[in-house]
Design a protein around this ligand. Structure first.
Ligand code: 5GP
Length: 178
């Protein structure tokens, strides 16, 4: 694998655009979950910044949060194609309105695996919110209920997204280009 120093970071989505989009998604979720008590499940680690911003914009008092962790990249820029659950939920979600919060849907393999896993636990409803997606790389069909941005086929970092655990802290989203 090439070192990240061989790549240039080019700004793709700035923090103002992100804030505007998070507010838009939050109002859609607020509208759809009135009088319900949704459980938001963040997919670690990439979604933690998005989720933190999103929950503070929701005008819903009764939300709960939990986290799972799925591994698919193994510190490489290309997906290994293998998906494993590193951290599962500790509480039952049977009968709950579950909303999964994901950073990026790329091939779709990770989120399909996770949604199938959660579905087996019999939630009342199961929806997906993704900050970004790269449709050109999709290998399995994924239906995204709340979507922020559609991206070109570039590797992106920032706003929670990493390369080898670095760059998550950047407030904007960058593409890595040679
Ligand atoms: P998928 O299984 O859809 O191919 O990949 C999903 C996971 O791969 C994401 O949750 C994310 O962790 C990682 N991933 C996919 N594309 C990118 C990308 O462009 N940048 C970063 N940082 N991670 C990505």
């Amino acid at each position: 694998m090439k070192q990240s120093s061989h790549y240039q970071l080019k700004i793709l989505i700035n923090k103002d655009q992100i804030a505007e989009t998070v507010a838009r998604i939050a109002s859609e979720i607020t509208r759809d979950y009135q009088k319900r008590q949704p459980l938001l499940i963040g997919v670690l680690k990439g979604s933690f910044i998005f989720m933190a911003d999103l929950v503070r914009q929701l005008k819903l008092i009764d939300i709960e949060t939990d986290f799972v962790q799925v591994a698919s990249y193994y510190a490489e820029k290309e997906s290994s194609g293998k998906v494993t659950l590193i951290q599962d939920l500790h509480k039952s979600i049977t009968g709950r309105d579950v909303l999964v919060i994901e950073d990026i849907v790329d091939t779709g393999l990770s989120i399909s695996f996770l949604l199938a896993h959660l579905k087996k636990k019999n939630p009342a409803s199961l929806k997906l919110c993704a900050l970004t997606e790269k449709p050109s790389r999709r290998q399995v069909a994924v239906s995204i209920d709340y979507l922020g941005f559609t991206l070109p086929d570039n590797f992106v970092v920032g706003y929670g997204l990493d390369l080898n655990e670095k760059y998550r802290c950047l407030p904007d989203i960058y593409s890595m280009e040679k």
